[in-house]
Write a protein that binds this ligand. Structure first.
Ligand SMILES: Cc1ncc(COP(=O)(O)OP(=O)(O)O)c(N)n1
Ligand SMILES: Cc1nc(C(=O)O)sc1CCOP(=O)(O)O
Length: 521
C-alpha cells in the first residue's frame, strides 16, 4: 500500500484560547478550510481527555465533510478514539514507530524537528512528514527550541530527502509567509524544499479566517507550484491566475505602441477586463505610473522613429514605471535593421537594471537578436518557424540563457511553439492557430494581455506562471475562435471572434485545454 501523502500546503494547528470572542472552534476550522487550509491538527493543551475526544469528533465531522485530514497533537489514544487520520508527535511524546504500530500503515504521523540531531533521529523513525521549527520565536509555544531563522531552516532542509514532506512552523504569518517559502527555495535544490507552512496564531486569532487563509495560501502556493508542479493542481492554479488579476480593480495598461495596432491593443485590454491608456506624453508618465494599485507599461517599438527620437521616450517611461509596476517590452523588428538592433539591446539592458519586473516578448528573430545570435529579418515578421524537438531544445536553451543574462526578466519567444523562461524554469506552450499571423497587430496585443494578467502575480516565482497563463489563454482563445463551428469566413471575422473569446470569463474546462510542457535546458 502507498504511504500516506498529505497536502501540507496550508496547515492549521489549532489553539482555541486564541479564538476571537464569540466564535467557536468548529466554525473557525470550517471557515479556514473554505479559505484554503489543506490539513488540520487539533492542538488543545488545556482539555481533559474526554473533552479533547469530544471536540475531536465535532471537528472531524467537519474536516471529513470538507475532505481534509485531521491529526491530533501528541495523543495517539485521542486520535484512535476520534477515528481521525493521524497524530503529530514531538520528542516527549510516543515514538513514531510505536504510534505507527498502534494507528496502522494508513495513518499520517508527523514529527517535530528543531535541529540537526533531531533530524538525524527523525530520518530513522519513519514519520509521514516533518514539522520544522520554530522558524521565528513565538509566544504560542513558550517552550519552543532556539529559532532557526531562515538560514537555519535552509540548512536543515538541505538534509531532508525529497520524498519526505516537510512544513515550517513558528512565528509565520501573512507578512513573512512568502519570504519563508522563497527562502526555502533559494539555497536548496528544488526537491528538498518546503511543502507548506503550519500556522497557529495568524489563523486562530483572525476575525476573518477564510480571508486570511486565502491570502496566506496565495503566498505559499506559487513556491510550491514552482518547485513541485505535481503537488498542486496546475489547472486550478492557472485558472486563479486568469481570474485574480482584477482583485485590486482593473489593471491600468499604459501603452506606448505602434500606430498600426493601437486600437486592437485598446480593445483587447478592455475585453479581458483591464483599462487601456495610450500616452506618449512624457510629462504625464510619473502620474500615469501611480494611477491605481496595478499599473503596467507596454513598450512596443513597432513604429520606431530612430534611436535618438525614441530613446528618451522609452527610457523615461521605464524610469517612471520603475515603482513596482510591470513592464512588457516588445522589440518589434529588432533584427531588421542595425538601428533597431541597437535600440532593442539598449532597452533590454535598461530592463536588466529593474530587478525582475520586465517581460520581453518577441518572435524568434527578435529574441534571437536580443540574445546576440546572428539573424537576418526582412521586416517585422518572424525569422522562421521553429519546428522539431531538437530545434525546440536549442531555442529553449537560448531563451533561458537570455533570461539569466537579463537578471530576472522573463522572456517570451512566440512561434508555433511558444517558449517562456525566467532563466530557472522553461516552458513550451503549444496552443494557437496559424490564422494569428494573418491579422496585423495580433502578435503585438499579446503584450497587453500579459501586462494585465501579471497582476495575479505576488512573487517572483509567480511571475513566470502568470505569463504562462496569459500566453496559453491568449493562444487557446485564438484557436477556439478559429475552430468553433460555424467557422469564421476569414481573418477579419476571426479577429472579431477572437476579441469576443478573450472577453469570456475563463473556465476550468478552458484551462484543461492548455498544452504546457516544462522542459529542462
Ligand atoms: C506541524 C507541527 N510541527 C511541529 C509541532 C510541534 O510539536 P511538539 O514538538 O509536539 O510540540 P507541541 O505541539 O506539543 O507543543 C506541531 N505541533 N505541529
Ligand atoms: C506548535 C508549534 N510548534 C513549534 C515548533 O517549533 O515545533 S512552534 C509552534 C507554535 C507556532 O505557532 P504560531 O504559528 O502562532 O507562531
Amino acid at each position: 500500500m502507498a504511504p500516506p501523502n498529505p497536502d501540507l500546503t496550508l496547515y492549521l494547528v489549532t489553539d482555541s484560547s486564541l479564538l476571537p470572542p464569540g466564535t467557536t472552534l468548529p466554525e473557525h476550522v470550517r471557515a479556514s478550510i473554505n479559505g484554503g487550509v489543506t490539513i488540520v491538527q487539533l492542538r488543545e493543551k488545556k482539555l481533559s481527555t474526554a473533552a479533547f475526544i469530544s471536540l475531536g469528533k465535532q471537528v472531524h465531522a467537519i474536516t471529513k465533510e470538507l475532505g481534509v485530514p485531521l491529526l491530533i497533537n501528541d495523543r495517539v489514544d485521542v486520535s484512535l478514539a476520534v477515528g481521525c487520520e493521524g497524530v503529530h508527535v514531538g520528542w516527549d511524546d510516543m515514538d513514531c514507530q510505536t504510534a505507527r504500530k498502534i494507528l496502522g500503515p494508513d495513518a499520517i504521523i508527523g514529527l517535530s524537528v528543531s535541529n540537526k540531531e533531531q533530524l538525524a533521529k527523525a530520518l530513522e523513525a519513519g514519520p509521514t512528514y516533518l514539522g520544522v521549527g520554530p522558524v521565528y520565536a513565538t509566544p504560542t509555544k513558550p517552550d519552543h527550541n532556539t529559532p532557526l531563522g531562515l538560514d537555519g531552516l535552509q540548512q536543515l532542509l538541505q538534509h531532508i530527502p525529497a520524498n519526505l514532506p516537510c512544513c515550517a512552523i513558528g512565528g509565520i504569518n501573512a507578512q513573512n509567509a512568502g519570504t519563508v517559502m522563497n527562502a526555502s527555495r533559494s539555497k536548496t535544490s528544488p526537491a528538498s524544499s518546503l511543502n507548506g507552512l503550519a500556522i497557529v496564531s495568524a489563523i486562530m486569532a483572525s476575525p476573518e479566517p477564510a480571508k486570511t487563509c486565502k491570502s496566506l495560501k496565495s503566498l505559499i502556493v506559487p513556491s510550491i507550484l514552482y518547485k513541485n508542479p505535481q503537488k498542486v493542481n496546475l489547472t486550478s492554479y492557472l485558472l486563479q491566475m486568469l481570474r485574480n488579476f482584477r482583485e485590486n480593480g482593473p489593471p491600468l495598461i499604459h501603452h506606448i505602441t505602434n500606430n498600426v495596432s493601437k486600437t486592437l491593443h485598446a480593445n483587447v485590454t478592455l475585453a479581458i477586463g483591464a483599462s487601456p491608456i495610450m500616452s506618449e506624453n512624457e510629462s504625464e508618465f510619473q502620474d500615469l505610473a501611480r494611477l491605481g494599485n496595478s499599473v503596467s507599461l507596454v513598450l512596443n517599438m513597432g513604429t520606431f522613429l530612430g534611436e535618438e527620437a525614441t530613446k528618451d521616450l522609452f527610457i523615461n517611461a521605464i524610469k517612471a514605471h520603475n515603482c513596482g509596476n510591470y513592464i512588457v517590452f516588445d522589440p518589434v523588428g529588432a533584427g531588421a535593421t542595425e538601428s533597431r538592433r541597437n535600440f532593442a539591446r539598449t532597452i533590454k539592458e535598461a530592463g536588466a537594471t529593474l530587478g525582475n519586473s520586465m517581460i520581453i516578448k518577441g518572435n524568434e528573430g527578435e529574441i534571437l537578436t536580443l540574445a546576440g545570435e546572428n539573424v537576418s529579418m526582412r521586416g517585422v515578421d518572424g525569422a522562421g518557424a521553429n519546428s522539431g524537438r531538437e530545434r525546440e531544445r536549442e531555442l529553449a536553451a537560448i531563451v533561458s540563457k537570455l533570461a539569466k543574462d537579463c537578471r530576472g526578466s522573463t522572456i517570451v519567444m512566440t512561434g508555433p511553439t511558444d517558449i517562456i523562461s525566467d532563466g530557472v524554469k522553461t516552458f513550451l506552450l503549444r496552443n494557437g492557430d496559424p490564422i494569428q499571423t494573418m491579422v496585423t497587430g495580433i502578435g503585438c496585443v499579446l503584450s497587453s494581455v500579459i501586462a494585465a494578467i501579471l497582476w495575479s502575480s505576488k512573487s517572483f516565482s509567480d511571475k513566470l506562471l502568470a505569463t504562462v497563463a496569459a500566453v496559453s489563454f491568449f493562444n487557446l482563445s485564438a484557436e477556439l475562435a478559429a475552430n468553433t463551428e460555424p467557422r469564421p469566413a476569414g481573418p477579419a471575422s476571426w479577429a472579431i471572434r477572437f476579441v469576443d473569446m478573450l472577453s469570456k470569463e475563463p473556465t476550468e474546462d478552458l484551462v484543461r485545454q492548455f498544452r504546457i510542457e516544462e522542459i529542462k535546458v
